[in-house]
Design a protein around this ligand. Structure first.
Ligand code: OAD
Length: 241
């Protein structure tokens, strides 16, 4: 299977990669839906919503601050670095990540959209000003803007729309690509969950990389089961002279 994937990549003119929390698992960041995805018995869907924030901003911020503590110490792993190498190999390359951890950006990758936002960026709930908040642990929970209003993480929550610019850049990349690698996502959160089918409908080829079967496995032309930190470097190696 891996040879077939490498053959396809050798013929690829425009490569699109989609990643989810699984790509950062080997950097020590818990995924959302795995056994370790729970925090104090809350599920992500119960905390990552505008309603949860309205009701109890302190708990939501404590969860994000806990994640910021883990993410702040994390470094990109072999999977992230392989994706950076893909960007160098393919003249036409784009990455859509659902991750808010900033680890892809840490590799220096440029052609990318963080479609669910970034955990270090915050947005004032009143004047909508955005700025980076690097302090951890937070001294004041929830943190406040200069104007005195509380700020929220500048991430997309369940029930919220993805900013139009991110959607537009994603659609352009989907229309352009002839091969999609989708790595480390459970494929259940929309709209990204629908992207592999859209690429297929455009005549594209889909390669999935995951440790287990997902709904995307039904759509994928090839599913490569294993850790992204092992599989993605193998694909890169197959393309190197
Ligand atoms: P999930 O936690 O739903 O899924 C993680 C996926 O990674 C699972 O399919 C695992 O099998 C797989 N996985 C785990 N370790 C892996 C490894 N080492 N190599 C390859 N695959 C591995 O995370 P996402 O699909 O990213 O949204 O979740 C999507 C969205 O739901 C997130 O962006 C977040 C969440 O709620 C928001 O916060 C809006």
């Amino acid at each position: 299977m891996i040879d077939k994937a490498i053959e396809r990549l050798k013929k690829t003119r425009s490569l699109l990669i989609i990643t989810g929390a699984g790509i950062s698992a080997e950097s020590g960041i818990p995924t959302f839906r795995g056994a370790d995805g729970l925090w104090e018995n809350y599920r992500a869907e119960e905390l990552a919503t505008p309603w949860a924030f309205e009701r109890d901003p302190e708990t939501v911020w404590r969860w994000y601050d806990w994640r910021r503590g883990i993410i702040g110490k994390a470094e990109p792993n072999k999977g992230h670095l392989a994706i950076k190498r893909f960007e160098e190999i393919f003249e036409n390359f784009f990455l859509i990540t659902q991750n808010v951890d900033g680890l892809h950006a840490k590799t220096g990758i440029k052609n990318m959209v963080e479609i669910h936002g970034n955990l270090w960026r915050v947005c004032c709930t009143r004047d909508k000003r955005t700025f980076m908040l690097t302090e951890h642990p937070l001294k004041i929970v929830p943190p406040v803007c200069e104007c005195g209003s509380i700020v929220r993480p500048d991430v997309v929550w369940f029930g919220e729309s993805i900013p139009g610019e991110y959607i537009q850049r994603s659609y352009e990349a989907m229309n352009r690509c002839d091969t999609l690698i989708v790595a480390g996502t459970s494929g259940v959160v929309y709209p990204v969950a629908s992207f592999p089918q859209m690429v297929k409908d455009n005549g594209g080829f889909v390669i999935e990389v995951n440790i287990e079967e997902t709904p995307i496995s039904q759509i994928a032309d090839i599913s490569l089961y294993g850790a992204s930190g092992d599989i993605l470097p193998m694909l890169v190696k197959g393309l190197e002279p």
